[in-house]
Write a protein of this length. Structure first.
Length: 82
């Protein structure tokens, strides 16, 4: 459980850390790290479903929300890189 807490916290924390940096390049780098934390979180949720800690419906809902967040991060990467 600590691992998923760390992974999902890492998403927002990396965005915040990147925003605090002094260059677009560093901000984008941290956005990529945030996206990696997002996919780590999704992978952990899949493992949770396989272990029957969450059900398939919960997994689907959480994955859908995760993919929406991923689209937002991708859009931010594009916007900052422009």
């Amino acid at each position: 459980m600590e691992q998923i807490d760390s992974a999902c916290s890492g998403i927002s924390m990396n965005i915040a850390e990147g925003k605090g940096r002094y260059s677009k390049k560093e901000f984008i780098h941290f956005l990529y790290i945030a996206r990696g934390s997002l996919f780590e979180t999704i992978t952990l949720l899949i493992i949770f479903e396989r272990r029957k800690w969450i059900n398939a419906e919960q997994l689907t809902e959480l994955k859908d929300m995760g993919f929406q967040i991923g689209k937002m991060i991708n859009g931010l990467i594009k916007a900052v890189g422009s």
